[in-house]
Design a protein around this ligand. Sequence first.
Ligand SMILES: [Zn+2]
Length: 523
Amino acid sequence: MNTSRTPVLFDTTLRDGAQMEGLTLTADDKLRIAQKIDELGVQYIEVFAGSNPKDDEFFHRAPNELRLKHAKLVAFSSTRRAGTTPGKDEGVRALVGTNVPVACIVGKSWDLHVKEALRTTLDENVSMVSSTIRYLKKHFDEVFFDAEHFFDGYKNNPQYAIRVLEAAAEAGANCLVLCDTNGGCLPHEIRAIVGEVHETLPTDLGIHTHNDTDCAVANALAGLEAGAVHVQGAMNGYGERCGNANTASIAANLVLKLGVPVITDAQLARLSEIAHYVYEVSNRTPNPQQPFVGSSAFAHKGGLHASAVARRRDLYEHIDPGLVGNIRHLVVSELGGKATVVLKAQELGIEVGEERTLSGVIRRVKELEHLGYHFEAADGSFELLLRRATGWEQNFFQIESFRVIVETDGHGAISSEATVKLHANGERYISTAEGNGPVNALDAALRKALSTSYPELERIHLADYKVRILNENVGTQATTRVLIESTDGEKEWGTIGVSENIIEASWEALVDGYVYGLLHQPR
Ligand SMILES: [Zn+2]
């Protein structure tokens, strides 16, 4: 590691990351993500500057709508095309039109690509790089050069790859970013090649890696170790094919493992929140196994693990989860045993008290798991189970009955209607509601019946509904397991229902979801 300087963190979620299959970001999404990534404390945020309306909209709105405290915006494009001048090149002109302080341009450094992909001469490619950089330097505070396919180019023709870098440096590039565009390198190759280039050229070097060998983050760190002072990544490892190096993991490793303060401790403590925000806005399901920020990153399931974690946290955790804004999570399952239940109760602030209550809870969990309950994803139901074992009963409402009707009109249209009768705060309520399915209708009727007594339910809604058919252990009769995820906009909780009847299973999970929500609403 170049210890004399703290490297800069350059985030390309909105450029290279946005190339990911299945990802489409509107200008609005990009503005929200840029604002949030700025809060992480990265120094640069790169955005694609094409000559299309969607990219234009971002750069047009950015000056009024973004309040960046740490990062500079970087507009990205390619060098001019062959046989023209930068001032006449449409892409270069679009770049200048973005009015941001930094430009990053990509150019070829692999001779084979110059001949086969660009179909121009090696000399013309060098001139494209240098003339574009020279031109952009008049319009931007800083200009970075992404040397595309640098590592493959260097392996095949090191003289030419270096010649391109030299031309970029001479033209005034502030940083030469060595890109493993195909993502095929291993850390030892990156370390060796970056080291050689670092000895050859005095200009600042950057490292841009992809995850095709599952080594993107390791490669980025190897590049820094060999002398690079600028590292590029995309949040959550977004990017083409297997993705880019993950900005979140790079930041956490630099700060926590290598002692390099690329962001502050306070910024790092928001890592999990920011990573999940990016998932949310880009409409992707978070990866629970994602290092540092995933919901399973500090989950302990085995009984032995859980009891050891209770004694010494560092036995099974490589860092304190709080440092990256994550939390320890004890997974409740029949593997867990006594220690998990005790810990979980402590975590929730519930006094399990006597040994008798505790063995009662464990016996109950085992019975229910045998029936098909599965508390790992149903933390809400588990908490209610623990509370009930200590004699607690919910007194928010008492259900008298429910009914649901599914009807067709003879022309193929199906409608669902539910009626719920319940008592709350000494009153009897009867509500009927329609829905686009029986569970939706039940949810609507239950919510309606409770709304007078509990206006705070306004904040709570169903976030996810999963049905699984279980055929094990129950002979010929299939059992249905329903998992419901509810949220009040801040917190999420899971509840579960199991029955041979899908409506009954759904109802159980639904009711517990509301009970849990009411129990935890401030009032
Ligand atoms: Zn890339």
